[in-house]
Design a binder for this molecule. Sequence first.
Ligand code: PLP
Length: 405
Amino acid sequence: MVKINENYGKLPGSYLFSEVARRISAYTAAHPEAKIIKLSIGDVTRPLVPAVTEAMHKAVDEMGTYEGFHGYGPEQGYPFLREAIAQFDYKARGVDIKPEEIFVSDGAKSDCGNIGDIFGVDNKVAVCDPVYPVYVDTNAMAGRAGDYVEAQGRWSNLIYMPCLEENGFMPQIPKERADLIYLCFPNNPTGSMATREQLKQWVDYANENGSVILYDSAYEAFITDPDIPHTIFEIEGARTCAIEFRSFSKTAGFTGNRCAYTVVPMELERDGAKLNTMWNRRQTTKFNGVPYVVQRGAAAIYTPEGHAQVMESIAYYQKNAQVIREGLTAAGLECFGGVNAPYIWLKTPGGMGSWDFFDLVLDKANVAITPGAGFGPSGEGYVRLTAFGDAEATRQAVERVKSML
Ligand code: PLP
């Protein structure tokens, strides 16, 4: 009889966004006249920019010719894209990353989940609390998280680093030794951003302890503060302890197009093994590359027109973040994030539970938000609002919440 991976059976019931969607559907079924505005799911709404669609059209035409046809491409990504990433995302910021250190993929979600393949199951994993659920669930699937303790909403073998108002929503170095440390900045869900000094502490810790930092920077494009590092590789010492994940999803509206990349520096070695070589082995074995057409579209954001166009889209979302933050703050609510990130982390009024506040806002304002408790125990008492919606709908949603209060 076949044995299944029993860790799957330990995963708690519903995924956060399925439960949010279920409650919205139940509400609309009971109130068909309600016009719900969603500030819940972190998906983009603006179309691909013209530079991207033009590059993709051109690539499609090439694919229809003998000369321009592309079959399987390099599993790590085409050189034109890896070189553009090295040049514009790193060299332009004074950071030396070689194309061979960049692995193009179909998503930061896949990479954050798959990276566990190159690490042993006995590693102690530290995650922020609240957290992007993918880090937790993929480690649970791999058997690194132990058992799920329903009453606490935690996994027995994970190290949780509470990110609370009193620590500025910044993870603190844990007392227990952590081997794999997931950091996400700009942060989903709290919208917080680490300073250079804060990241330096983590880099020093990882180098001293032989740990590896898994640095998810999917929202890098939303950094506005000029003093904030855009990549962990701006921090001295990061090349010997960090892996960075980036994505075109939120930078260029690629959530439906699928393109991202992971940087594994050549100097990063553990247990006598080069992690770049291991990740290369993993990717070439289990992954067959991102479509040529998609990679051409991604590369177009590094042209002057493409860059200007995607920055315009990002500015549009940043404006939404400002409207939400300022509107709700003026209404007397406490808001965090939303400056270097597309997420606003809102404290529920009067200490209300985050699912209760979700239900209340859905019912009274017809606005959908995401309950903070769904991101981990320390998310209780908060909700997450996203800036990825239509500007007018976002403005209306803020007005509705304000009048509800
Ligand atoms: N990392 C974080 C922190 C995210 O919030 C998301 C998407 O919501 C992702 C990664 C997924 O990115 P991708 O679309 O490249 O898979």
